[in-house]
Design a protein around this ligand. Sequence first.
Ligand code: CU
Length: 97
Amino acid sequence: MTAKNIKFDRTTLQALANQAITIVFHNADPGILHNVAIYSDSSAKQSLFVGSTFNGPKTETYHVPALSPGTFYFRCDVHHQMNGTFVVVAGSPSPGG
Ligand SMILES: [Cu+2]
């Protein structure tokens, strides 16, 4: 995902449950700090993952620990108006399983 002009390029992120999640985060705003943090809900009281905050232009790869299925909240901790929904879905069962 990309942050540009103090906006994320998507408002929904989806990942599979119970496996490590990789987020390649591109901060395209020169000299502006952004990150991606995931919280249990929009109150942002309980963090599930907080990515490092860094100046653009730069790309970092975040390694998010496995999460349980659910609908969560992500935001930039610097600009709270940059936010969206982080959906973790159960993986499909194996064929014939
Ligand atoms: Cu930001």
